[in-house]
Design a protein around this ligand. Structure first.
Ligand code: KG4
Ligand code: ZN
Length: 401
């Protein structure tokens, strides 16, 4: 089955086309051939504002989708032009669907009717969670394609996308990227820790498509806390990699005692929830108290902040692993690129004979490959039938159906 994946939930516009096969009940039979995979990041634009603004994200997605889609089709070698024979009725339907994305409507009508219908059996598009104005752009684009080419849609959960990224070793790139190394199969129950600029969730996975969110942040997402603390320290957006960079300078100095200690919020709360807003505020107070701060102090502060985050994340994940007897641990989301977090999880899982799945950076940050794969998994499980046209974006979409 060939699936077109579309992702516009936050600040990445992404499109992929995959050929998916295999039975989700027999994971060793699964195989995903990537025919094309393109991501356009808006980071450079959001950098100027110091964060992601929904209206800006929406505008940028609307601008990017058609050029990105064209590029994707070219990559598959199946882009063929034909005479534009769009009838008035269909054109009106498409204008109506894209009425809030006027730029996209013009670009769509100038391009899509001039090409042949590609070999695609289904469109998987992110329905949520995410920024609703941004989600709508991808959804309306999917609906317009669905109408013009009569291809069914599978509305897809972004978080499930992050979870299925653990199937990395079943993903084959046709562009010469080395074939993936065989990894152990994900065993169930599994625990996923999904950490990014928008989410912090601990998920119990009983089987593919059977998810239970056992913990989440009560305020800021982990990545958001990294970004805000970075801003306090005068570092650019996105702050995660910057904090990590300067924290490692402090770590390499082998200093024994730092002059301050930050809290480990909710580490002993007895549940699986998180809170990072207090930690962020504690950094702010420390910065204020210190007044003018030198680079070395900034590095120490970044290190202590990173340590606090790592300790809380690993402590809650351990507790969940223990309570549910999970044999597999999955990390997902942009923050999983963090070296200290990776090391902590690698050490713990190795010592306890657990399988750890951390997708590479390209798969752990937002992309459309994970959306196409999640679409396939949902479709094969029979849990979600093809959708009609009347589904809506859901900024708070839950993994628990
Ligand atoms: O998944 P992602 O690309 O986008 C979404 O938020 O959905 O995650 C981006 C977040 C940003 O907050 C960024 O600061 C954080 O991931 N991040 C990191 C690192 N690399 C990216 N946080 C900590 N350490 C890193 N190395
Ligand atoms: Zn994400």
């Amino acid at each position: 089955m060939k699936i077109l994946g579309i992702e516009t939930s936050c600040d990445e516009t992404a499109i992929s086309i995959i050929k998916a096969e295999g039975d989700i009940k027999k994971p060793e039979s699964l195989r995903f051939d990537v025919l094309a995979d393109a991501v356009l990041s808006q980071i450079a634009i959001h950098k100027e504002y110091g964060g992601v603004f929904p209206s800006v994200a929406k505008r940028e997605h609307a601008k990017a989708l058609i050029p990105l889609f064209k590029q994707t089709l070219e990559k598959t070698g199946t882009l063929k032009f034909e005479e534009n024979i769009l009838d008035k009725n269909t054109e009106e339907q498409i204008r109506k669907i894209l009425e809030r994305e006027a730029d996209l409507a013009d670009q769509f009508l100038a391009f899509i009717p001039t090409i042949s219908k590609p070999d695609i059996d289904a469109i998987a598009v992110t329905k949520g969670p995410g920024l609703e104005p941004a989600l709508w752009v991808g959804i309306n684009f999917a609906k317009a394609l669905s109408i013009i080419w009569n291809i069914p849609i599978i509305p897809t959960n972004h978080m499930e996308g992050h979870i299925v990224s653990a199937l990395t070793d079943k993903i084959f790139h046709s562009d010469g990227t080395p074939e993936p190394q065989k990894a152990p199969e994900v065993t169930f129950p599994a625990i996923a820790l999904l950490i990014s600029g928008g989410h912090t969730e601990l998920v119990l996975i009983e089987d593919w498509t059977k998810y239970k969110v056992i913990g989440r942040t009560k305020d800021d997402a982990v990545g958001e806390a990294f970004d805000k603390v970075a801003r306090m320290l005068g570092l650019p957006y996105p702050g995660g990699p910057e904090i990590s960079k300067i924290a490692s300078i402090s770590r390499n100095s082998n200093k024994e005692n730092l002059e301050f200690k930050l809290p480990r919020p909710m580490i002993h709360s007895g549940d699986y929830d998180f809170s990072f807003s207090g930690l962020k505020t504690a950094v702010l107070y420390t910065v204020k108290k210190l007044g003018e701060i030198e680079d070395e102090t900034k590095q120490d502060l970044a290190r202590e902040f990173e340590d606090a985050v790592v300790e809380v994340l690993i402590s809650k994940t351990k507790k969940a692993q223990n309570e549910y007897g999970a044999g597999s641990i999955i990390l997902g989301g942009g923050v999983s690129a963090n070296k200290e977090i990776r090391h902590a999880f690698e050490n713990w899982t190795k010592e306890n004979n657990l399988n750890l799945f951390i997708p590479n950076a390209k798969l752990s940050t937002d992309n459309a490959l994970m959306i196409a794969i999640a679409g396939y998994i949902e479709h094969e499980s029979g849990g979600k039938e093809f959708s009609g046209m009347d589904f809506v974006a859901d900024g708070n979409l839950s993994l628990e159906n």
